[in-house]
Design a protein around this ligand. Structure first.
Ligand code: KPL
Length: 299
């Protein structure tokens, strides 16, 4: 059985695809959920419904826990369920941004921790009703030594959603996603545009500066990327997700907390530690923070 914390777009996407291959799934939600059927539309526009059980608390102390909440909610989710988590239970963290795994490892020092990043995209239309809007690679890798013993979890996850891979160095993949999110999310959130609109020439100098600064921080952390390759990947993500709104765009639109602290905030802290100048990242970090504060104040 899989226990998935978070019934958002990504949690439901994994739940639906694990149910599709016959795995047992329990969705752990923050509030009671009146629905017990998961509606899923795949990329071929085929519709499926799966009976699914939801619960406010974890009910198995042996099955893997897939945490699919936003970076902003990971610590709260782990703290809420901490007493029911067995030290042997593997925890898979799947969210944008970086910095949560260290905190989770402090709370659960004995648990196997696995970090994951996915390029699959999905849209939550209503509770437990999702549409897959994009497909891509999912990378998983051990955060700690205990996590290295759970590579076998890859098998069902890859059967559920193809192109799920195990990496010896998942940190590099997390950094790559961090840089992609840094280049796309704040701009699309501030200007309230779809990802595809970033193709406009006026955004290129900003994207270029964000990438330069992010790469400098990554390099100081020992992660080396080729700038041209990263720019090409970002362009490809923008093209593949042209019709989508980024997650930060939606968070600002719906006046929710964004993952700013775990994307720009993480890069700023890492940069400051290594004395790297990051003025463009700082500018966008502050812009998003101001938008968040204004929207929470007016809510
Ligand atoms: O991960 C994303 C997000 O929206 O958070 C990208 C890659 C930018 C796709 O929209």
């Amino acid at each position: 059985m899989w226990q998935i914390i978070g019934a958002g777009a990504i949690g439901c996407l994994w739940a639906a695809n694990l149910l599709r291959i016959g795995e047992k799934v329990q969705l752990i939600t923050r509030r009671p959920c009146a629905v017990n059927v998961l509606q899923y539309q795949d990329l071929l526009k085929q519709s499926f419904t799966f009976p699914v059980s939801t619960s406010l608390s974890l009910c198995s102390s042996s099955s893997p826990i897939l945490v699919c909440v936003k970076a902003t909610q990971v610590i709260q989710a782990i703290t809420t369920h901490q007493v029911s988590i067995d030290p042997q239970q593997p925890i898979i963290l799947m969210h944008n941004g970086m910095g949560c795994a260290q905190q989770v490892a402090t709370l659960l020092p004995d648990n196997p921790i696995i970090c994951a990043t996915t390029a699959n995209a999905s849209l939550l239309h209503s509770p437990l009703n999702i549409e897959q809007t994009g497909k891509g690679v999912t990378y998983l890798g051990a955060y700690n030594n205990q996590g290295k013993l759970f590579q076998s979890l890859l098998l069902p996850l890859n059967s559920a959603l193809a192109n799920t891979c195990w990496c010896e160095d998942v940190n590099e993949k997390l950094w790559l996603k961090l840089i992609i999110n840094m280049a796309i999310n704040p701009l699309t959130a501030i200007y309230q545009i779809k990802n595809g609109q970033l193709k406009n020439a006026s955004f290129q100098p900003l994207i270029n500066n964000l990438v330069d600064e992010s790469l400098a921080v990554a390099k100081a952390e020992g992660i080396i990327f080729e700038k041209e390759e990263i720019l090409a990947i970002i362009e490809q993500v923008i093209t593949l997700t042209a019709e989508n709104f980024s997650s930060m765009n939606r968070d600002i639109f719906y006046r929710r907390h964004t993952e700013n602290e775990f994307i720009a905030g993480y890069l700023l802290k890492a940069g400051a530690f290594k004395q790297i100048h990051t003025p463009t990242i700082r500018y966008f970090y502050q812009q998003i923070k101001a938008l968040e504060q204004a929207s929470v104040a007016n809510k």
